[in-house]
Design a protein around this ligand. Structure first.
Ligand code: PAF
Length: 287
């Protein structure tokens, strides 16, 4: 496994790779969720490239850029053991050299949900993902369903800018108690870690109501609101029951599917913001 940082080294290493090439973009501090993307890429592609870059432009002021966990040696060991061919670890200077002034902005699907609460976040994501695509030139790129809106935004960007890349969205990987895997789970102390299971619990209860025939989006949102409200260490930022493509809020789930998603602050003094979601699907096909 080779590790490169600068663009010329990336291009030279990329030229040696057998195609199709699969790209797994990450911000490092890898867990089983990331590794599930790598494993899927390994089964579908002749070569696998992973990128590790904590992208400063997708963090807002007051967010956790400085605290974001990092462990490059451990990440490299994990990627090597999963058979990754090439790791790209650009620095902020490589990605945003002096004079940088070009941004990629997706319009409508970035407006609600995370976009409404994290101004500028998706502009940072789409700009860096476009640069990762242009650097690696993969045939496939792998993203997690946990960041459901991010996956939808990247699909839109890929289509609109004609990147010849297939976007593969992989299922959420959960801990045994249901908590969705996230690098940010490391911020939680034991009490908070227990409280954080409320996200999955709330989604599961709403899913059960949907499976029993409930199609009123307000009722589903109310189930999530009530269950999160019962956990003293959790504060709901939003719950959404939206069309899975447009991400517009629904009154009634008239079609087959809806994206039920949420953001919750967990903690006593220092609050950790966690997100989770489920695709309500009467045909149970997922996204
Ligand atoms: O999901 C992430 O880890 C990041 O948003 C991504 C896609 C690697 C872009 O920085």
């Amino acid at each position: 496994m080779q590790t490169v940082t600068a663009f010329p080294d990336l291009r030279a290493a990329r030229a040696q790779l057998l195609e199709p090439v699969g790209l797994v973009p990450t911000m490092g501090y890898l867990h089983e969720g990331h590794l599930s993307l790598v494993r899927r890429a390994r089964t579908e592609c002749a070569s696998v490239v992973a990128s590790i870059f904590v992208n400063p432009t997708q963090f807002g002021p007051g967010e956790d850029l400085a605290a974001y966990p990092r462990d490059l040696p451990s990440d490299q060991r994990l990627l090597e053991s999963e058979g990754v061919d090439l790791v790209w670890t650009p620095t902020p200077e490589v990605m945003y050299p002096e004079g940088f002034q070009t941004w990629v902005t997706v319009e409508e699907v970035t407006q609600p949900l995370e976009g409404a609460r994290r101004p500028g976040h998706f502009r940072g994501v789409t700009t860096i993902v476009a640069k990762l695509f242009n650097g690696v030139l993969p045939q496939r790129a792998y993203f997690g369903q946990k960041d459901a809106q991010q996956a939808r935004v990247i699909q839109q960007m890929t289509r609109d800018l004609n990147f010849p890349i297939q976007i593969v969205v992989c299922p959420i990987v959960r801990e045994a108690d249901g908590l969705a895997m996230s690098s940010r789970n490391t911020y939680l102390d034991p009490d908070e870690r227990r409280a954080a299971t409320v996200l999955h619990h709330a989604l599961t209860q709403a899913q059960a109501a949907f499976d029993s025939g409930e199609r009123d989006a307000n009722v589903l949102r109310a189930i999530v609101t009530r269950i999160v409200g019962e956990e003293p260490l959790a504060a709901l930022q939003y719950v959404s029951c939206a069309h899975p493509e447009t991400l517009e809020e629904l009154e009634t789930i008239a079609g087959d599917r809806a994206l039920l998603s949420m953001a919750v602050y967990v903690g006593k003094t220092r609050k950790t913001r966690l997100i989770d979601n489920v695709v309500l699907d009467s045909d149970a096909q997922g996204l």
